[in-house]
Design a protein around this ligand. Structure first.
Ligand code: SF4
Length: 472
């Protein structure tokens, strides 16, 4: 997948002028945000569980090498195979080889952002293997030749009309008078097509929400059951997961699962939470004959021990995206790679480099909602600030921005002068704002005033008011 994060500003501007996208994005706050708030209110220990979940992940990351080795031993004991993939290229090669060595022609896939990260579908197609996405959202975007715009709702950027048009274009046997505008009808139509694919598939590839060191188990959490069919019907099941998906025990994962679905979709629990340990055993009614786990690093071990390590606690619930005013305005494609919203603004520069994705941490109002709702208590604004500092240090930000920040720093480090200048500016702006208290145009702030008025200050700076109150 080509990275366009470096053109975020242009991408965002295009997204703001895309009427269909804007219509589709109105569903984000009304759906996910309200449902999460209700789910949180129904669970008094919700915040306690967040603390426990974050502590479990911190402990795991501090001993990640030991848990990865323990996990590998357990997978071997259960008859499975572990493949280590230091880079995206390694992961693609391993999976393509597994497919071609077995003469696979058709592969079904359960939702996996990591497979998007490594560009797996294109690699499979290049060797003559057809990958079929089975999650409804992923299936829709595959029909359109697009990438996901949200980590748990990949097709959230589309309206129902657009999806209906795509189904009619590809499912050519659909009767013209059959109405397929509602979600259940769209699901039924996709299910009818996919059912046959599950049976025909040679290999099933899924992601994993968690890997359990204690038992060598991979866990997938879905709402459609597509993950179960993908991993249990074909003869071979390949799991692709990144190193930070590790959790020590089943007990630990049960704690984290209690906040995952509530944060993501506002459900108490997802419809399916599937545990896979090794291939089918004698007497098992179903299951694959071979079970492979490809564990991807792709830059993550380089994040360990840095100021960005907390990001590796992320459980991909999507809550930070749903609550982010920037994501709500521009959607996920504007971020230019697999991961979007606040988590993408931190993770993308960590994985692809600040030179390619340095614009993303600037796409934040620093309102702090992402951190407030994150079930893993990830300090996203703090880390975006760190990326901004790195961007500045490496001279990657525009010269005008750098000059502005330098001037501000010079002024802010001279408190008396700072007080005088800001006091004068506050009074002047109040006068300019007139009776309405709003400014139509403001030099250096045209990005704001081009679209809306700027509220004029009330006339006195915060420091002046603070001093006055201290005096009583
Ligand atoms: S950063 Fe937090 S809120 Fe965002 S996806 Fe990850 S766990 Fe969820």
């Amino acid at each position: 997948m080509q990275i366009t994060s470096h053109t975020f500003k242009r991408n965002a501007s295009r997204a703001l002028h895309d009427e269909k996208l804007q219509r589709a994005l109105t569903n984000v706050p009304t759906g996910f945000v309200d449902k999460r708030a209700k789910a949180r209110d129904r669970l008094p220990e919700f915040d306690l569980l967040r603390d426990e979940g974050a502590a479990i992940k911190n402990h795991t990351l501090a001993h990640l090498d030991l848990y990865l080795e323990a996990y590998e031993r357990k997978v071997h004991e259960s008859g499975g195979h572990v493949h280590w993939a230091p880079t995206a290229e390694d992961a693609r090669r391993i999976i393509v080889e597994l497919c071609t060595e077995r003469g696979a022609k058709l592969v079904t896939k359960g939702k996996s952002m990591v497979s998007e990260e490594i560009g797996l579908n294109a690699a499979l197609e290049a060797t003559g293997v057809t990958p079929i996405e089975t999650d409804l959202g992923e299936y829709i975007i595959q029909l359109r030749g697009e990438t996901p715009s949200h980590i748990i709702a990949p097709a959230i950027h589309l309206t129902k009309d657009q999806i209906e048009a795509d189904f009619r274009r590809v499912h050519t046997d659909l009767p013209a008078d059959r109405i397929i505008t509602d979600a259940p009808e769209l699901v039924a139509e996709a299910r009818a097509v996919l059912r046959q694919r599950y049976v025909e598939a040679d290999i099933g590839i899924t992601g994993a929400n968690f890997l359990i060191a204690e038992t060598g188990t991979s866990i997938t959490v879905t709402n459609e059951g597509n993950g179960d069919l993908t991993q249990s019907l074909p003869k071979v099941h390949i799991v692709i997961a990144s190193i930070e998906k590790m959790v020590p025990t089943l007990e630990d994962v049960s704690t984290i699962l209690r906040v995952l679905a509530r944060s993501a979709t506002g459900q108490e629990f997802s419809s399916y939470t599937t545990f896979s340990t090794g291939p089918r055993r004698e007497g098992d009614p179903d299951g694959p004959e071979e079970y492979h786990v490809v564990i991807l690093d792709n830059g993550r071990s380089g994040i360990l021990g840095t100021e960005f390590q907390d990001m590796l606690r992320c459980i991909r619930c999507g809550a930070c995206l749903n609550h982010c005013p920037v994501y709500q305005a521009v959607g996920g494609h504007a971020y230019g790679w697999v991961y979007s919203g606040p988590m993408g603004a931190v993770l993308t520069p960590s994985l692809v480099g600040v030179d390619k994705a340095g614009q993303l941490p600037n796409a934040s109002t620093f309102c702090g909602r992402c951190e407030e709702v994150c079930p893993m208590r990830i300090p996203l604004p703090r880390m975006m600030r760190s990326w901004r500092e790195r961007e500045f240090e490496r001279h990657l930000s525009p010269a005008t921005t750098r000059a502005g920040i330098k001037a501000w720093a010079w002024l802010a480090s001279r408190p008396k002068l700072y007080g005088m200048v800001t006091g004068l500016a506050a009074r002047a702006l109040r006068l300019l704002g007139g009776r309405g208290g709003r400014l139509r145009r403001l030099p250096l702030a045209s990005g704001w005033t081009q679209y809306r008025d700027f509220p004029a200050p009330e006339g006195r700076t915060f420091r002046e008011q603070w001093k006055e109150r201290q005096r009583g």
